[in-house]
Design a protein around this ligand. Structure first.
Ligand code: AMP
Ligand code: MG
Length: 491
């Protein structure tokens, strides 16, 4: 049965130093966990065939589909601020690119597919747990409407990987607008390879920002475009309570998609200092630091582009600084506007910013669950008792003190309370991948080969804005004994 891949591998046509040809390493006994049928369809693939023996062989790396040109991509990156000149795909291969039914070009990558020339001391493999985590969280992000890489499939390998202990292995088939990273630019810039940077910039423009090709200054325009997409992306992370966890420059995509779901997690009680990653000792990548880090990462991108911005260093630096200064206003507009919509304000008025900041301060002081509180505001707009919202505050009077001014402001919105309620329910999700649910689904799969929790959670996450009777447990915060305080890269 043909799987339907019609590859057109533009990255593999770039100069040789951009990648290393590299085949996936076959695994002992591949078994399918899941194929994402809707995504397969968008990509023009046959989901049923992918779930069959030939398809699973491809998804496990045991068979290379016709037309693929498997490569491991070269990149560098700042990891927790430390520059590493050669990282690259150490546990992934890009099979190739396909143009979907929607006309969009996407990478098809196998993650956990065995050693590559970039593996250093790693085994090139992925444990099943992190594979399932990336599957759940990336698909949740997509359903929430955020730019993100996707999960096309997950398989188990029938082999174990040795981490702190032996774990079952898995392979994720990841789909991305591309795998160009800030670190890809750094790879060439660090070697003084200006032609490499230029080739990459031209490729990035052609692939992600074709409208800029005719700009007066295409490289400046590229930097502006990436700054804008990253500012919007991080604003959207904050608006749903997402903590990426490892915002290294090699995990910052030029496309503006969320990429590399490692120790990522969702905040429960609102606290800007929230950190989950076990290795983020200093809180560099905490929830509230994410805008600052994104800007720092973009400054690293700008540095690589300096030779393309102007012939002399001084005007090049001035231009880069000017573009980078655009991050703040762009982020503030996206974040501020988004917060206003979360409290039902579609029009902008003086005083809206302080109103929402006052709410956030009270939430932080009272341990209010971020997701549930905003979700409860829809009902609170209709019911003066606002029992749902009040109950989320350690001191319910803290909500009352805020709600009085909010109700007055809400009354100025066109359409009345019913329209405000509907608007809030459209932007404030009920279901997010809560950490205890993600952990429980992974545990059942890894410890007992039981994927029912994984499937049920994935289904709940696929419609995050719907209230579906019977699925309340997916909306609730962890009980104290269920709380997950730390997450791990698990690579
Ligand atoms: P990440 O944690 O996904 O951002 O990965 C950082 C770097 O470490 C990348 O260059 C990866 O390819 C590499 N890496 C992570 N895990 C492994 C592994 N198990 N084997 C080889 N390389 C790895
Ligand atoms: Mg990475």
């Amino acid at each position: 049965m043909p799987l339907g891949f019609r590859f057109d591998n533009s990255y593999a046509r770039l100069p040789e130093r951009f990648f290393e040809p590299c085949l996936p390493t076959p695994v002992a006994a591949p078994r399918l966990v899941r194929v994402n049928a809707a995504l397969a369809d968008t990509l023009g693939l046959d989901a049923a065939a992918l779930a069959g023996p030939e398809g699973v062989a491809v998804l496990a790396g045991n068979r290379v589909p016709e037309g693929a040109a498997p490569i491991a991509l070269a990149y560098a990156g700042h990891q927790f601020g430390q520059f590493v000149p050669r990282l690259g795909d150490g546990r992934a291969v890009l099979l190739g690119e396909v143009v979907g039914r929607d006309g969009l070009r996407r990478d098809i990558q196998l993650k956990g597919s065995g050693p590559t020339p970039f593996s250093r001391r790693g085994d090139g493999r992925a444990a099943l747990g992190p594979v399932l985590r990336e599957y759940l969280v990336s698909e949740a992000m997509a359903a929430l409407g955020l730019p993100t890489t996707r999960a096309l499939a997950a398989v188990t390998t029938g082999e174990v990987v040795q981490r702190e202990e032996a774990r079952p292995g898995g392979v994720l088939t990841r789909v991305a607008a591309s795998h160009l990273r800030v670190g890809t630019f750094q790879f060439f810039a660090a070697q003084g390879d200006v032609e490499g940077v230029r080739t990459l910039a031209d490729y990035a423009i052609a692939r992600h920002y074709p409208e800029l090709a005719g700009a007066e200054h295409p490289y400046r325009a590229l930097l502006e475009a990436v700054v804008a997409r990253q500012a919007d992306l991080v604003a959207r992370w904050l608006l749903i309570g997402f903590v990426h966890g490892v915002m290294n420059t090699d995990n910052t995509a030029i496309s503006g998609e969320t990429i590399d779901f490692g120790p990522c997690a969702f905040m429960e009680a609102y606290d800007p200092g929230t950190v989950f990653s076990s290795i983020d000792y200093a809180g560099r990548y905490s929830y509230g630091n994410q805008p600052r880090v994104a800007q720092w990462n973009l400054a690293r991108l700008a540095e690589t582009l300096l030779p393309l911005l102007a012939a002399e260093e001084e005007p090049a630096v001035a231009m880069a600084q000017e573009v980078l200064a655009g991050f703040g206003p762009r982020f503030e507009a996206a974040y501020g506007g988004g917060l206003a919509r979360k409290i039902g304000l579609g029009t902008a008025r003086e005083g809206d910013g302080p109103l929402v900041q006052d709410l956030l301060r009270r939430m932080a002081e009272n341990g209010a669950d971020f997701t549930l509180l905003f979700r409860s505001l829809g009902d609170a707009a209709m019911e003066p008792e606002a029992a749902g919202a009040r109950a989320l505050f350690a001191d319910p009077a803290a909500f009352d003190g805020w709600a009085e001014g909010w109700r007055r402001r809400l009354a100025e919105e066109p359409g009345g309370a019913e329209a405000s309620r509907a608007a809030m329910l459209r932007v404030n999700p009920a279901v997010i991948p809560r950490n205890h649910l993600v952990e429980a689904a992974i545990d059942a799969a890894v410890e007992r080969q039981d994927f029912t929790s994984f499937e049920a959670l994935l289904d709940a996450l696929s419609r995050p804005f719907d209230h579906r009777p019977g699925l309340e447990r997916f909306t609730l915060p962890a009980k104290p004994e269920e709380r997950v305080l730390q997450t791990f890269c698990g690579t």
